[in-house]
Write a protein that binds this ligand. Sequence first.
Ligand SMILES: *Cc1c(COP(=O)(O)O)cnc(C)c1O
Length: 349
Amino acid sequence: MEKVFELNKLVRPNVLALEAYSSARDEYTAEGSKMIFLDANENPNETGVNRYPDPQQKKLKSKLAEIKNIPTKNILLGNGSDEVLDLIYRAFCEPAKDNIITLPPTYGMYNVLAGINNIESREVLLTGDFEPNVDEIFKNVDKNTKLIFLCSPNNPTGNSFSRKNIAEILEKFEGLVVIDEAYIDFSEQASWIEDLDKYPNLIITQTLSKAFGMAGIRLGICYASKEIIAVLNKIKPPYNVNELTQNRAQYRLQNISEVNREIADILIERDTLSKVLLEVKFIKKIYRSDANFLLVKVDDALKRYNQLLSKGIVIRNRTKQPLCENTLRFTIGTKEENLKLIKVLKNLD
Ligand SMILES: *Cc1c(COP(=O)(O)O)cnc(C)c1O
């Protein structure tokens, strides 16, 4: 039977009934300095940030639209991916009724946000080779399953999921599929942005926190159909992306070649590190990575974690995650940091 997609059936009834909040300023930002703004009770004295920021972040979105080759109407920005993911929950999941599916081992925020929003999270383990278990996922889907979260490249395993598995989920699932592409700019895989027109139930999230080197400004990005973006726009706080963030992000995006150079350097460092780590005697396995970190299996994760900490190196112990027994996650640092890491690792007993 052919699947019929009706977005409005997935939107929470209270959200469907909402009018989008519009501030007087929505319409006039473009006019800029020619207008006299006496509408928002701001302080008129110039501080560089005395005015409210553009609630629709038009300039920043046009820059992103150009780089990612997608219309601005398909973009929503938030205070980090964390806010974007929270908006997705609040738009589509009815507390104490709906459920979502996550695929551990994966990013912890999906479950944290499910908890905050009082939404049941159904966990379907990845397979032994860290791929979605498509049959098991669909055994867990019922009429209240609104979202499936796919993190690809996945944190903490580092791999990208096969396109065939993702496509199968997109095609069969009647709810929304959220693909978290926080690490896509490090990946050899193409972004699913290219397939947005094909899948009305696809939501992609990205961030400036990793490859773009801007974790401190908090800028998360959502790409989806213009209908989904319109729903999220209804519930987002009007000024959720502040002026300083919008300016810094635009400046960085204007220097995209610098970003690309840094990404290339990090990838070279990652591949060097993954070879050298093999020479460390207690390292049993290095998983293939499509991101800016390496998942590594060791003899005793807690012991090695504490040893590194005592030498002033902080990594992530992932041993408590399912399928990740005795694993550590190393973020790729600078060349100097990585050399230091290797030196310390080789001298541990
Ligand atoms: C780091 C990371 C993010 C980034 O979140 P921000 O709130 O944008 O900083 C999102 N998803 C995954 C899987 C991550 O590892």
